[in-house]
Design a protein around this ligand. Structure first.
Ligand SMILES: [Zn+2]
Length: 439
């Protein structure tokens, strides 16, 4: 990656005249019209030693990197991904782009190809991509069905160790909710989470005859173990899909003490207006956090042959935020049958999220959806630029939000512990042998 900023090779240096989204607890930093604060940031021994309004602190002989009003971001937190599924598009294409075809294509590819080595190679590729783009923490869902469960979890565990200190990795099991009623399946899940997991249990929820019972089984297991919960919820256009309500009601009734993250919730916006409000109030009361996956939703939802889509597929993020629900956006699938594109680049997710979900006006109010809110929701160190924190940051060439979202900024400069990350995102050709192309 070409660094546009020449970093001083010293233990102490200052990044001056940078514009940042003001972190919580730093109300003394004055804001400009866009909600950005113009600051000088002192880096010392790999940590942020000081942040002050530009020009307000004496820097003496400290070497300076002048940013001339360019935006500096904290590292990203990606709260919902599928590292085990990624980069299989070429050998498992989705012939129509539709949801049922995606399920079928993944199931076939999983049965045929997901050895430990195959899963590990694709996970590693994905993590290198995310790291080069400035992501510090990722939660991935792990397909946990049949024999795959015992193949993928040890791979995840090894990958988490391998990447410790660079990307904090969490794993949540993924299986259709009806499997929660299968004792043998659940024993397998419990064993794998005990051995390799992240104190985190999850499933894909949709309408089945014994939905309440199945969801309650997961809550009971999570309570017994002290685990958090993470669900894929109502990823459909069908307004009759109400598993979100069942999760919220169960959390309230059981006074569940852990954290619950719910993803997708697409069909919420397909209900009548008078039904949306009480549902959101229940989500808020239950203490759920909501992650929207705008790129994947836009790809899969409202897709019918030879018909132009009318609906963006995303959930009611504005209304949820207004009700006090922590809301965020994340990558979801990458180059697999559920989403043909993507690269685990959270700046792309943010940029597309701004466009698809109108996360603008004011831009700065929505910025936490890719930083502090997902950090809090998945329980990793708050992703904010703060004194004493590691000097992990992303230097962009953008001077305001329209410049930030006008371009992909693949030329951004990523710092970790005050040092330049020199690794670029890997070349797709590295996966050719896995994708059925000649090596
Ligand atoms: Zn997902």
């Amino acid at each position: 990656m070409t660094a546009h900023f020449a970093l001083a090779k010293t233990q102490r240096y200052a990044i001056v005249e940078a514009r940042i989204v003001r972190p919580a607890g730093q109300a003394s930093l004055p804001l400009d019209g866009e909600g950005l604060a113009k600051v000088d940031i002192v880096v010392e021994d790999g940590r942020i030693a000081a942040i002050a309004p530009a020009g307000a602190q004496a820097l003496g002989e400290t070497p300076r990197l002048p940013l001339a009003n360019r935006i500096v971001l904290p590292p990203f937190v990606d709260a919902h991904t599928h590292l085990d599924k990624g980069h299989i598009w070429r050998r498992a294409p989705n012939p129509t782009g539709a949801f049922p075809a995606a399920l079928d294509a993944v199931a076939s590819d999983r049965a045929a190809n997901w050895s430990a080595a195959d899963v590990a190679r694709r996970m590693e590729f994905a993590l290198r991509s995310a790291y080069a783009r400035g992501t510090r923490a990722i939660r991935t869902h792990i397909d946990s069905i049949g024999r795959q469960t015992r193949v993928s979890w040890p791979v995840f565990d090894a990958m988490r160790e391998r990447w410790r200190g660079r990307i904090e990795l969490q794993g949540s099991p993924l299986f259709p909710i009806d499997r929660a009623l299968d004792d043998a399946h659940m024993a397998d899940i419990e064993a794998m989470i005990d051995a390799h997991g992240s104190n985190l249990l999850g499933a894909v929820t949709f309408m089945i005859p014994r939905l309440e019972e199945a969801i309650e089984r997961l809550f009971r297991l999570a309570e017994r173990k002290g685990w958090d919960l993470d669900f894929h919820v109502d990823e459909t256009h069908d307004p009759a899909a109400r598993s979100l309500d069942v999760i919220a009601e169960t959390a309230i009734a059981r006074r569940f003490g852990g954290d619950i993250l719910v993803g997708h919730c697409c069909s919420l916006t397909r209900r009548n207006d008078e039904e949306i409000e009480p549902a959101i109030e229940r989500v808020a009361r239950a203490g759920l956090s909501v992650v929207s996956l705008p790129m994947c939703n836009m790809f899969l939802q409202d897709r019918l042959p030879e018909r132009t889509p009318r609906w963006r597929g995303v959930t009611a993020l504005h209304e949820l935020k207004a009700a006090g629900v922590p809301v965020m956006i994340a990558s979801d699938n990458v180059r697999d049958p559920f989403y043909a594109y993507g690269d685990l680049d959270m700046l792309e997710v943010w940029r597309e999220g701004v466009r698809i979900l109108h996360l603008d006006y004011p831009f700065a109010a929505w910025a936490p959806t890719v930083f502090a809110t997902p950090a809090a929701a998945i329980g990793v160190d708050a992703a904010a630029l703060s004194v004493g924190a590691p000097a992990d940051m992303i230097l962009t060439r953008a001077r305001d939000f329209t410049e930030l979202f006008a371009r992909p900024h693949v030329d951004r400069t990523v710092l970790r512990n005050g040092l330049l990350v020199e690794e670029a995102a890997p070349d797709f050709a590295e996966l050719d042998d896995l994708e059925g192309l000649a090596p």
